[in-house]
Design a binder for this molecule. Structure first.
Ligand code: HAM
Length: 441
């Protein structure tokens, strides 16, 4: 029989790596709490129209990469609806905010999410078909201050803090402004005009996009098209005074708070909902897929989805890429997972079944006692030979506790510390303190 494997582009995450995932998520939750964000969890699938309207029909994500299917609207029903596994979470968050009237409170909504996203991309290092994002969005009616450049700068400062607390160094913040929707229209006209004489030499996607959505020509990855794209006008030249002033205020606040950035006028990002500030944090250690995270402002998204005017800004980090970056920095001396404090080895006579049952049960009682005192304990098995218990314990714990008939009767246990090699007797009542005191190293 052929064995079944995880589907191409999907992965199983196993210990000890999952400890790193948990650490990243715990750090992110801690930072988000300090910046006063609350968690939102939206469904993993949504109506296809949500992504078509927000991310945009002509983007790579919507036109090529979505997992979409026709689903029966109700059991037994003939009527179907088009559903899609979410390729990103911003559209779902804004849909939920509109659906639950979150903007009516007049308050700024500060929401974060952690969860799987799905895109049918060609898998490679750092690029998967199921991947996890840690993201956050700040949205609200204009009266809540949602349009202020201070929101942009605060988000970017929070990201610098989060990467710092995760222990990720050596990142670059690339920053741009794609302007208001009016600026974008002006830029699209300029692009269209510039494309007329050259588009015939470009790939089929570019030829179509030059007509339908010229901005998306800038997403093209075909090598032969790159010199043509490099010579196209830049969006910075199409920004009006208000967009320029907004961007200048963002960079001034970043300068004041000491977050370094580089300007990249080609950074238009592959999603249609962006307005004004756009950004990516890249990392040299990641290879071709070097974006650790991306984000930007989307002042018109709520209205695109039929909601009230609610400008916003947000980002999503590729959690898989955070893990890759951190794994590359780990070595033998700083393993992902620490060892258990102790391995309890019941030591019985294999020939005496009754004695073994009693000792194993006593070991379970001792493990429960120590675990209830907050210790990380692994429990062995009474039928193991002493040598086997030692070998197993040495791999996963800092100490081994021997529990035989004598120890059970006397209440004095034999404990060996693997790193110092010291073997000593410890009264049961003092075990927890002994095991967790660094002096026992
Ligand atoms: P995005 O740039 O499409 O933006 O994705 C954000 C991040 O998700 C990327 O920088 C990357 O780290 C990670 N990512 C994307 N695709 C993959 C993949 N196939 N495999 C592994 N990681 C991947 C968004 O999704 C926007 N919703 C971000 C945003 C939030 N903008 C405003 N608010």
């Amino acid at each position: 029989m052929t064995t079944l494997k995880a589907v191409r582009g999907t992965r199983d995450l196993l210990p000890p790596e999952t400890a790193l995932w948990n650490r990243i998520e715990a750090t992110a939750r801690d930072v988000f709490a300090r910046y006063n964000f609350g968690e939102i969890r939206t469904p993993v699938f949504e109506e296809t129209a949500l992504f078509a309207r927000s991310v945009g029909e002509e983007t790579d994500i919507v036109s090529k990469e979505m997992y979409t299917w026709e689903d029966r609207a109700r059991a037994q029903s003939e009527k179907t609806q088009s559903l899609t596994l979410r390729p990103e979470n911003t559209a779902g968050v804004v849909r939920a905010a509109i659906e639950h009237n979150l903007f009516e409170s007049g308050q700024l909504q500060k929401l974060y999410y952690i969860g799987p996203q799905f895109r049918r991309e060609r898998p490679q290092k750092g690029r998967y078909r199921q991947f996890s994002q840690i993201g956050a969005e700040v949205i609200g009616p204009p009266s809540s201050g949602s349009e202020s450049p201070l929101r942009d700068a605060e988000i970017l400062e929070m990201l610098a803090t989060l990467l710092d607390e995760l222990g990720i160094t050596g990142w670059t913040l690339e920053l741009n402004s794609v302007g208001s929707s009016a600026d974008r229209e002006r830029y699209n006209l300029a692009l269209r005009a510039a494309l007329v004489p050259v588009v015939g030499k470009m790939c089929a996607d570019c030829q179509r996009r030059a007509v339908t959505n010229p901005l998306r020509v800038l997403d093209c990855k075909i090598p032969a098209d790159q010199p043509i794209i490099a010579a196209l006008p830049v969006i910075a030249d199409s920004l009006d005074d208000a967009s320029r002033a907004h961007f200048a205020a963002v960079t001034a606040a970043l300068d004041a708070v000491g977050v370094p950035y580089t300007l990249n006028h080609r950074l238009v990002r592959g999603l249609d909902y962006y307005t004004r500030t756009t950004f990516e944090f890249t990392h040299g250690g990641l290879g071709a897929q070097n974006a650790l995270l991306g984000g930007g402002r989307y002042d018109g998204l709520s209205e695109m989805l039929g909601g009230p005017r609610a400008p916003g800004i947000g980002f999503a980090m590729g959690e898989d890429r955070l893990v890759l970056t951190l794994l590359a920095a780990l070595d033998e001396k700083s393993p992902i997972q620490q060892k258990a404090e102790a391995f309890i080895a019941p030591l019985g006579d294999k020939e005496k079944a009754d004695e073994l049952i009693k000792l194993n049960a006593a070991a379970l009682v001792l493990a429960r006692e120590l675990r209830h005192q907050g210790l990380w304990i692994e429990l062995g098995e009474g039928s193991f030979r002493l040598k086997k218990s030692f070998e197993a314990a040495d791999k996963i714990a800092r100490h081994i506790i021997i529990l035989g008939e004598d120890e059970l009767k006397s209440g004095i246990l034999t404990v060996k510390n693997f790193s110092t090699g010291i073997q000593t007797k410890v009264p049961r009542a003092e075990l927890a303190v002994y095991l967790s005191t660094p002096a026992s190293e």
